[in-house]
Ligand binder design. Structure first.
Ligand code: AMP
Length: 226
């Protein structure tokens, strides 16, 4: 199963992505996580990406597109993948589509999580990252996933704050890219919706990201199986 997962920063996309990954037993490929691992590891890729990430800008396509297309050739991707955070603009969508077509691969499902921009912004500022597992959701502003004091509510691990999560200007910048219907992420979503309208594939799953985590997961799983 090949799945693209779209949703603005703060929509809970990462949390729901982990559920989809388990449902289909496919690798969860998160562009932002790959970049952050490279920054922590002090790699050349990390050094090249850091400034863009801190400002909430996209890392240039010349770095991001080959990085992801290469990742999709990994052995663990033979039975499918869940792409989260890519494509993030129209060019990336077109290049991904072209590369997949060349390999005779089609995207099966596009998940489009919809959330109001202001709600998404508040959620970002409250989120905390578990040092042990990126998929342990913690948010000081969401009761269902409030941390246990200053520790991870799932495993008791230390919690970190992403520097780009507390910078309002960077958040606004990321959202301006996401909600841009001309060349941004919404244009990428619409690119795949147009393909679906023409070819009947991929299946489009629209998901309201505003209810609590459990309700969103239940709706997601029911729509995936329907
Ligand atoms: P995320 O963890 O998805 O919020 O991504 C964090 C940051 O990584 C973004 O604000 C961008 O700077 C960068 N990034 C993630 N995905 C992409 C992408 N597909 N293209 C360019 N930059 C990206």
């Amino acid at each position: 199963m090949k799945i693209l997962f779209f949703g603005p920063n703060g929509s809970g996309k990462g949390t729901q992505g982990a559920i989809v990954k388990n449902e289909y037993d496919i690798p969860h490929i998160e562009t932002g996580v790959i970049f952050r691992e490279n920054i922590s590891g002090g790699t050349e890729l990390g050094k090249a990406a850091k400034g863009y990430i801190d400002r909430g800008e996209l890392v240039p396509d010349s770095i991001t597109i080959p990085m992801i297309l290469d990742r999709l050739k990994g052995d663990d991707c033979k039975n499918g993948w869940l792409l989260d955070g890519f494509p993030r603009n129209l060019t990336q969508a077109q290049e991904l589509d072209k590369a997949l077509e060349k390999e005779g691969i089609a995207v099966d499902i596009v998940i489009d999580m919809v959330l109001d921009r202001q709600i998404a912004k508040n959620r970002i500022m409250g989120r905390r990252l578990c040092v042990n597992d990126n998929n342990h959701p913690n948010n000081i502003y969401i009761d269902a996933i409030k941390p246990d004091g200053d520790k991870c509510r799932v495993c008791g691990g230390e919690l970190k704050i992403r520097s780009d999560d507390q910078d309002e200007e960077a958040i606004d910048q990321r959202h301006s890219i996401y909600y841009d219907t001309e060349t941004g992420t919404t244009a990428a979503v619409n690119f795949f919706k147009d393909i679906s309208a023409k070819k009947g594939m991929p299946k489009i799953v629209e998901l309201d990201g505003s209810p609590g985590v459990k309700q969103v997961s239940a709706e997601l799983l029911s729509k995936l199986s329907g």
